[in-house]
Design a protein around this ligand. Structure first.
Ligand SMILES: Cc1cc2nc3c(=O)[nH]c(=O)nc-3n(C[C@H](O)[C@H](O)[C@H](O)COP(=O)(O)O)c2cc1C
Length: 193
């Protein structure tokens, strides 16, 4: 496979993960650096991909540590693995925050189902709660789903580099790609796996 085909195929995989709940790339690790300079990682749902711009959208609570981390230091790594196609994708880039009231967050919120909306109704992620049992906690989170909109935000990750690791026989293959500001592929090369 030629390098540009491989790049295209990697982005097709990412694009289909946004709509296919069974895709291995549906849940990816989104990695940040916290204010102490320590690496942080968490799983997030890949919500939308714009291949031409090389952007990937994630939804989150604007009270979460990751929101503050990206506000302070916007560089991120996104890591995913599809067992189905035996492909690891490691993307490096920058995150832009689109908070409550922004056009993107408002539009995304309108398309969220009720059960996803209510997940934004609870207290700030990671903070101690007054609820004493998990049952109580889930009751606290139920109610008018509109309330969560004031803390709902979008993280839009823009990739500048992609490290593509394809498991296979007789040999694994690894390639590195770079994109410019417009999202155009500017370089691709094979490297030792
Ligand atoms: C499968 C899975 C999917 C998740 N998807 C999201 C998501 O799309 N957005 C999000 O903010 N947190 C999501 N989470 C929770 C995060 O992994 C994380 O625990 C939480 O957002 C707090 O992260 P932070 O403290 O680093 O900000 C998901 C967790 C799991 C297990």
């Amino acid at each position: 496979m030629y390098l540009d085909e491989l790049d295209r195929s990697a982005w097709v995989q990412l694009g289909s993960a946004a709509t296919d709940k069974r895709s291995g790339l549906r849940y990816v690790s989104l990695c940040s650096v916290d204010t102490a300079g320590h690496p942080q990682a968490r799983l997030v749902v890949l919500r939308r991909v714009e291949t031409a711009a090389r952007t990937i959208e994630f939804h989150t609570d604007t009270r979460s540590p990751k929101w503050r981390e990206f506000a302070a230091y916007p560089f991120a790594t996104v890591l995913g693995f599809s067992a189905e196609v035996q492909l690891q994708l490691r993307l490096q880039g920058r995150v832009r925050l689109h908070g409550p009231g922004s056009m993107l967050a408002t539009k995304a919120w309108q398309n969220l189902p009720h059960w996803t909306r209510v997940t934004y109704r609870g207290g700030p992620p990671g903070e101690e709660t007054d609820c004493e049992t998990p049952e109580e906690l889930s009751t606290c989170a139920l109610g008018d789903d509109g309330e969560g909109q004031s803390v709902f935000g979008l993280l839009v990750f823009k990739a500048y580099h992609l490290d593509c690791f394809q498991l296979g026989r007789p040999a694994n293959k690894r390639s590195l790609f770079a994109y410019d500001e417009a999202g155009t592929l500017v370089s691709g090369r094979w490297v030792n796996p």
